[in-house]
Design a protein around this ligand. Structure first.
Ligand code: GLY
Length: 341
């Protein structure tokens, strides 16, 4: 057995990011991906980097997200690729009937005139908006190939089309019967609970439907009570997202697209004139407490369950997993897989 090898199950963004960090630290690493690298939640995501809104009031998740967001500029620079990282800031719009409390201690209130000054397309009926200037966005469909390529260049070996028969504390057995020895890290996203040998972990798929629009650009990430809008560097707007407990049922639905577009147009009415570029869905890896699963169970490491924050938390998760597996770094028990047993 190659004693120092790390075997990662799952080639999504987290698998690629963990592989990159481990490879950069000089440790042999192999990634086993059953289909296509980055094809699932990683490329379906809107790419919102907004811990102060998405993890509001949920410490230590908020602090973890803020730390991970702060890592992004340097991490992206180290990839040597343009991933559309934009520090746009975020507006949480408030309309009649919406909750008016501040979404975060750092949020600054803008009345309707001030909000429309910074984001002219906002609806006339809004009362105002909470502004979070550090929240950011990127294009996951550019990020995933960039992290994959960087991990490859750093020496990580990607094996695609590999079905896992079982994982254990000393390696992975493939359906082909081949044994791949090493310390195992499962980064299988919404499919984590299906990885044989890992034991029961309550990670479940939570479907999100998104729509891409073009021709009516916006400046900020915009959240409302019913959804969000995300600007892309190329001028498109990504509108999201449904939150659906439908198991692994793929696809977009008329009702899902109607809900997403209804929320989008209510926030920025001119989006009714935008070109419809397409719609898709992905599966967030949800957990019962909406917190990630990052730690070790039965000798196998897990980095999954990032729910709405997989893109945001990729840099810090990679750093933590490499630290834990290579240096014995102790990870916070609040994220440990054992909290569910
Ligand atoms: N982070 C946005 C979403 O999961 O829809």
């Amino acid at each position: 057995m190659e004693r120092d090898q790390v075997v990662i199950v799952g080639g999504g963004l987290l698998g690629c990011a963990v592989a990159l960090e481990i490879a950069r630290r000089g440790c042999p690493v192999v990634v086993l991906e059953r289909a296509i690298v980055g094809a699932e939640a990683s490329s379906a995501a809107a790419g919102i980097l907004a811990p102060r809104l998405e993890a509001h009031g949920r410490e230590p998740l908020r602090s973890l997200g803020v730390e991970s967001l702060a890592m992004y500029p340097e991490w992206v620079a180290s990839l040597g690729a343009d991933v559309g990282l934009l520090r746009t800031g975020l507006l949480r719009v408030v309309r009649a009937g919406d909750p008016v409390d501040a979404p975060d201690v750092e949020a600054r209130w803008l009345d309707a005139d001030a909000a429309r000054e910074v984001e002219p397309g906002l609806a006339p009926d809004l009362l105002g908006a909470w502004s979070l200037p550090d929240e950011s966005t990127l294009d996951p469909r550019r990020l995933v190939p960039a992290v994959h390529a960087a991990a490859n260049a750093a020496g990580a070996l990607f094996r695609v089309g590999e079905e896992v028969a079982t994982v254990d504390a000393s390696g992975v057995t493939l359906v082909s019967g081949e044994r791949v020895d090493g310390r195992v890290i499962v980064c299988a996203g919404a499919w984590t609970s299906k990885v044989p040998g890992l034991g029961p972990l309550p990670v479940r798929p939570v479907r999100g439907q998104l729509v891409a629009l073009s021709g009516e650009p916006i400046r900020h990430v915009i959240f409302g009570a019913g959804g969000y809008l995300v600007p892309r560097a190329d001028g498109r707007v990504i509108a999201g997202a449904t939150v659906e407990e439908v198991g692994f049922a793929r696809g977009v639905t008329a009702g899902g697209v109607r809900a997403v577009l209804g929320s989008a147009v209510a926030m920025v009415p001119d989006l009714a004139f935008a070109a419809f570029e397409g719609a898709w869905s992905g599966f967030r890896p949800g957990t019962p407490d909406d917190l990630p699963v990052v730690g070790e169970v039965g000798g196998v490491w897990v980095a999954s369950g990032h729910y709405r924050n997989g893109i945001l938390l990729a840099p810090i998760t990679a750093k933590w997993m490499a630290g834990a597996v290579i240096d014995g770094l102790r990870l916070p028990p609040v994220f440990a897989p054992g909290r569910f047993t």
